[in-house]
Design a protein around this ligand. Structure first.
Ligand code: ADP
Ligand code: MG
Length: 221
């Protein structure tokens, strides 16, 4: 079986009659962490929304394959297999939940609150990462997970993502225009999106290069 989890081929996406993404390619294997960077307005979130099947984002060209299956016009949300598996014992679940909440420095009291009702920005992000740790999806797309968080919250969220990475079946597409959240994370590949086009791909050293020089060189291309 191929290790290829997500294959984006020649993808073009239109939003309200304007083509935002132009012939984008991206290949992500099982368990890998990829980073998608680019200046504001490059189309990063558009790619995330198109992958998740937001109806406002129309795929006009190209294909998306998930686990080798063509899911263009079907999308990851519906293509994800239902996790049935064996039943989880409540005691084990509670232990795992407590462990995950400890990592994220969440008070036990959160577990009794309605999801996101009255949560602060930072608490919502932590709740997202908690879902990641408990649901263990084979792919997660994190769009600007670190935006609006203070330094300590970024560190906490990053620790949670690091924990998710330990589950080798879990792949990540981290969309970000800053690099704060990446400092402690293992990165397999980096992609640079400018004006709806993939202009560069490389390893984690590309993150460091962007950190030092910004996107200027790629915008001028
Ligand atoms: P990024 O996430 O890289 O900052 P976006 O994907 O949010 O960029 O936006 C890319 C371009 O697409 C921008 O010019 C933005 O105005 C436009 N765009 C994105 N979503 C919509 C939408 N729902 N309606 C109209 N324009 C949109
Ligand atoms: Mg965005």
């Amino acid at each position: 079986m191929s290790a290829q989890l997500l294959q984006i081929k020649d993808l073009s996406v239109k939003v309200e009659d304007k083509e935002i993404l132009h012939n984008v390619d991206l290949n992500l294997n099982k368990g890998e962490t990829h980073v998608l960077m680019g200046p504001n307005g490059a189309g990063k979130s558009t790619l995330g929304y198109a992958l998740m099947g937001n109806p406002r984002y129309e795929i006009t060209d190209g294909h998306i394959f998930f686990n080798g299956k063509d899911i263009t016009g079907n999308f990851i949300r519906t293509a994800l297999e239902q996790r049935t598996g064996s039943r989880i014992r409540l005691w084990n679940f509670r232990k795992e939940l407590k462990n995950a909440m400890d990592i994220l420095q969440m008070d036990e009291e959160y577990a009794d609150r309605d999801l996101n009702v009255g949560f602060s920005g930072g608490e919502k992000k932590k709740a997202e990462i908690l879902q990641l740790l408990m649901l263990k999806p084979s792919l997660a797309i994190l769009d600007e997970t670190d935006s609006g968080l203070d330094v300590d919250a970024v560190r906490t969220v990053s620790r949670g993502v690091e924990e998710y990475q330990k589950n080798k079946n879990g792949a990540l597409l981290i969309i970000t225009h800053s690099t704060r959240i990446l400092e402690a994370l293992h990165v397999d590949a980096t992609h640079i999106l400018v004006d709806g086009k993939m202009v560069a791909s490389g390893d984690s050293s590309l993150v460091d290069e962007i950190n030092t020089n910004g996107f200027e060189k790629y915008i001028q291309q």
